[in-house]
Ligand binder design. Structure first.
Ligand code: ADP
Length: 262
């Protein structure tokens, strides 16, 4: 069993290729999708201006207000049903859930976050509706996969204590599911061919090398490398960071196209 995650730009610009890749993969998988760019588009259409904040480490992320959480949940569900519809149309009986369903992925609301404000000063603000994953019900997910080949998962978790849904990072969702289910592989499909260093794609890394390289690459990729190293250290056999823009990207990633961390 494998876990595949496709980032927001891949979902927005190459959805048909993503679907074709799932159809061509012969095996069971959990498919986690992003969709941040599409959420932003719909927020604007609904008169909500998306807000992004920058952490002291320079990581830019969406600030999810209550009204944007509503749009986030709607759009993420729309994306997952669109994917399932395409799979079902092609004879593959897929199912989509989010972490809210059966409380399969629990998270804790980030109550306070530190940001760098417009004047470059550190400031602590309320964390909004973004969460940190605390628990994955792996038993439930594995049992579901016994009779359903493709399970599509939206990056929405549930905070049981506060009784709210939360926006969780898609990479973190995929990583936590891969770790909890001891997946054979975690494939992160993005809009580049892998980790680029010195103008070429790095083909293989150990977890130690991935941690080292994370200090030398830009935003987006640095977090993926740290997460990949942690996945390997937690028992996931391999992580592949690869392009999701091709029509057979899952099989290609498994063949080693992209950056393989093992
Ligand atoms: P996704 O939304 O697809 O998960 P991210 O934006 O989180 O993607 O991360 C992928 C992005 O990381 C790429 O689009 C690229 O712009 C950026 N990036 C920064 N440094 C590198 C690097 N050294 N190699 C490849 N991509 C990099």
């Amino acid at each position: 069993m494998i876990v595949v995650k496709a980032g927001g730009r891949v979902i927005k610009n190459a959805l048909q290729n993503v679907i074709s890749s799932i159809l061509q993969y012969q095996g069971k998988l959990f498919f986690v999708h992003g969709g941040g760019d599409i959420v932003s588009d719909y927020s604007k259409k609904m008169g909500i201006e998306p807000v992004f904040v920058t952490s002291p480490e320079g990581i830019k992320s969406r600030y999810t207000s209550k009204e944007e959480l509503d749009v986030y949940v709607m759009v993420m569900n729309f994306i997952s049903k669109t994917i399932v519809n395409s799979l079902v149309k092609n004879g593959k009986y897929a199912l989509s859930i989010s972490g809210v369903d059966y409380a399969s992925v629990k998270a804790e609301r980030k109550k306070r976050i530190m940001i760098i404000d417009e004047r470059g000063k550190k400031r602590i603000i309320d964390g909004g509706y973004t969460g940190r994953i605390t628990q994955v019900n792996s038993e439930f997910l594995i049992k579901m996969l016994d009779f359903i080949d493709y399970i599509v998962i939206s990056p929405i978790a549930v905070d049981i204590n506060e009784g709210t849904m939360l926006n969780v990072d898609g990479d973190q969702m995929a990583f936590n599911i891969a770790k909890a289910t001891k997946a054979d592989a975690l494939i992160l499909l993005t809009d580049v061919k892998g980790v680029i260093y010195n103008d070429s794609v790095v083909s293989k890394l150990t977890s130690e090398e991935a941690k080292e390289l994370s200090k030398k690459v830009g935003a987006g990729m640095n977090r993926k490398l740290l997460m990949a190293a942690s996945a390997i250290e937690s028992g996931v056999r391999k992580v592949v960071i690869a392009s999701g823009l091709d029509s057979d990207s899952i099989n290609n990633a498994l063949k080693g196209y992209g950056t393989v961390i093992s």
